[in-house]
Design a protein around this ligand. Structure first.
Ligand SMILES: Nc1ncnc2c1ncn2[C@@H]1O[C@H](COP(=O)(O)OP(=O)(O)O)[C@@H](O)[C@H]1O
Ligand SMILES: [Mg+2]
Length: 302
């Protein structure tokens, strides 16, 4: 088992977090790695994109079966019980196949109720006298313990974070080996990038972790403006005072990345879901992520 945890995060919405999560997870699963996606965004976009054509029904099922991340939070922090994240996993969640085989992809789905569950958690624990830091600490500890067990069952766990930084996101980031920050190289999207990566670093340092977030340029349209911003982002990455790294892979702005799972129909192949340049780009990113994880293993062994 590789047992690696990757988080995809950015305080901004619409930058390609969910698309990166699902395409990367499917690339790992296609290579034969046992893969789990944890959807932490109440919009449940990653869950729907993984489920495919029957997404709505399957999400409804996950709500009825209590197999979702909202019930994980409720059971652990609002009740008195201890419920391992294991209990909330939907196996065989993907309808995508590769080389004639269904992807081995499991999912802890998000539901629209997640926002409320998070709010209730903060409210009730604050009432009980917990400070925000104590709440984050408590959620973080639980999540790290659960992730430690999930690492033994899965090669790769990928967490799709909501925009902004919540107690749950902070906790997830602190349990991760690699944090990917999708960013559109335009003026608006890069505003606050240093701040966000700086926040991540601070939060990781508090917990004694040393990994640096890795920025992925997304929705790149090759306009002079984006070329200039991409260049500035790369310069930033090489500046020792700015603590982020960057992938070589640049994700183009292309309809190939925005396939509608319902229009795709039942049981698409990986190449049908990620057409044209999308699949090539995803494979490049996959190789880079693998190389980074391998480098971590080497430095841990040294
Ligand atoms: N590289 C891309 N090119 C074009 N559209 C994209 C690309 N990546 C994502 N999209 C589309 O942009 C929207 C936001 O992407 P999403 O992955 O949901 O971002 P986030 O999770 O950061 O909010 C979606 O409609 C998605 O299909
Ligand atoms: Mg998203």
């Amino acid at each position: 088992m590789l047992g690696r945890v990757i988080s995809i995060a950015n305080s901004k919405g619409g930058v390609g977090k969910t698309t990166t999560t699902v395409s990367l997870a499917e690339a790992f699963a296609a290579e034969g790695f046992k893969t789990l996606v944890v959807d932490l965004d109440s919009q449940a976009n990653a869950s729907l994109l993984i489920y495919g054509e029957d997404g709505d029904e399957r999400l409804y099922q996950a709500i009825n079966d209590y197999t979702n991340v909202s019930d994980y939070l409720r059971e652990n922090f609002l009740g008195e019980c201890f419920a391992h994240m294991n209990k909330f996993i939907v196996p065989n969640a993907s309808d995508v196949s590769y080389m004639g085989k269904r992807l081995d992809l499991s999912l802890v789905p998000a539901t629209p109720g997640l926002r409320r569950a998070e709010r209730e958690l903060i409210y009730i624990l604050t009432e009980q006298g917990y400070s925000m830091t104590a709440i984050e600490g408590r959620v973080g500890l639980r999540l790290r313990q659960d992730m430690a067990d999930l690492r033994k069952q899965f090669d790769i766990v990928i967490c799709d974070c909501p925009p902004g930084i919540s107690a749950m996101t902070e906790a997830t980031l602190s349990a991760s080996d690699l944090i990917i920050v999708p960013t559109i190289p335009d003026f608006m999207s890069t505003l606050g990038l240093d701040l966000f990566t700086g926040d991540i670093i601070q939060s990781l340092k508090k917990r004694g972790l040393s990994s640096v977030p890795v920025v992925l340029a997304t929705k790149y349209d090759n306009s002079p403006h984006q070329q200039a911003v991409l260049h500035a982002m790369r310069e930033g990455a090489s500046d020792p005072d700015i603590e982020y790294d960057m992938f070589e892979t640049v994700v183009p702005n292309s309809a190939d990345f925005a396939a509608n799972p319902v229009e795709l129909g039942a049981n698409p192949t990986l190449a049908q879901k990620w057409q044209g340049e999308a699949l090539t780009t995803i494979n490049m990113l996959y190789q880079e992520v693998q190389a980074r994880l391998a480098a971590q293993t080497t430095s841990e062994a040294a």
